[in-house]
Design a protein around this ligand. Structure first.
Ligand SMILES: [Zn+2]
Ligand SMILES: [Zn+2]
Length: 315
């Protein structure tokens, strides 16, 4: 652990002295022809590491995903790079004080709940009360759905997406849900039955996630991580239509853990099932697919405009 003062000093130093190996001529956003907002950015322990990833990948703004008591860390980053960060917080939903802790985060400036990644059922009592709270507080909730282990005995997260989540969308019409991760994106194809974390090959039209995005105004999709990138990379003819069809419901996110925005370090937290992105920056890979499969105006919505609308902040 470092003290708050040390933290602030490190952040200030990072802001004053950009990393020397970074392309200097690039104002953030210009590289992609649009400013870019990363919805899915897990805060990093070393303060300068946060800006190193944004600047390295050509990302203008990022939504920090945190858990627990992190207010000092978030405030310091916001102070070091004004206007570049928004914030979602999460809290263990199995704890009795989850609702009060999450409410407190919103009062402190968090603009959503996430990433909600817990070993509970998607339609269980632990998450249901948080869905209701999100509606009361008018903030979105970002959920990690996963049914297939990446590591032996990893366990499953927000389980039952394919079987039960439609009933949740019906039961909580005022809650803004953002779907993310393996089960959400694997179910983009109608032939999926929990065989693999990241299914490959052409997409069978009529998949559950495609249908739910079309049918429920309270469901949105986070394109982050290997799961989102894999879904967009399987069948580019499908991808172009899908992005067009749900152009108001999808957000760019990275969930990248590489160090420099160029694939340095480890990009997918050593997940063996996501080795297709080893040595690559997930942000760069996903922005590249989006750029290739969308006209410029649509690209700008997905990577910038939609996230501002979601958070009700000016673009
Ligand atoms: Zn996740
Ligand atoms: Zn990266």
């Amino acid at each position: 652990m470092i003290s708050r003062r040390e933290f602030l000093e490190t952040v200030a130093a990072a802001a004053a002295f950009p990393a020397p190996d970074r392309p200097q001529a690039q104002a953030p956003g210009n590289e992609w022809g649009s400013p870019v907002f990363d919805l899915h950015f897990h805060v990093r322990q070393q303060p300068a590491a946060n800006l190193a990833h944004l600047d390295g990948a050509g990302v203008t703004k990022a939504n920090l995903l945190t858990r627990g008591a992190v207010l000092d860390q978030v405030k310091a980053l916001e102070a070091a790079a004004p206007g570049r960060f928004t914030w979602f917080n999460s809290y263990d939903v199995t704890k009795p004080d989850a609702e009060s802790a999450l409410t407190q985060s919103i009062k402190q400036g968090a603009q959503g709940f996430g990433e909600m990644k817990f070993h509970v059922a998607a339609d269980g009592p632990e998450l249901r009360r948080i869905y209701a709270l999100a509606a009361d507080l008018r903030v979105p909730i970002l959920i990690h759905f996963q049914e297939v282990d990446h590591f032996p005995n990893e366990g499953t997260w927000a389980t039952g997406y394919a079987k039960t989540f439609e009933s949740i969308l019906k039961a909580y019409p005022k809650t803004t849900f953002i779907g993310h991760a393996d089960a959400f994106w694997a179910n983009i194809s109608a032939d999926y039955h929990n065989e693999a974390a990241y299914p490959a090959g052409p997409i069978t039209r009529g998949g559950l996630t495609d249908k739910l995005l079309g049918d429920y105004p309270n469901l949105f999709g986070d394109l982050a991580a290997n799961s989102g990138n894999n879904a967009l990379s399987r069948d580019e003819a499908f991808t172009a239509d899908f992005l067009q069809r749900h152009q108001d419901k999808l957000f760019f996110g990275s969930d990248c853990s590489c160090t420099d925005g160029h694939g340095g370090g480890i990009s997918q937290s050593n997940n063996p099932a996501a080795s297709r992105l080893a040595g690559k920056c997930v942000a760069r890979e996903t922005l590249t697919v989006l750029k290739r499969t969308t006209p410029p105006q649509l690209f700008q919505k997905l990577v910038w405009g939609n996230i501002h609308k979601l958070l009700r902040i000016p673009a």
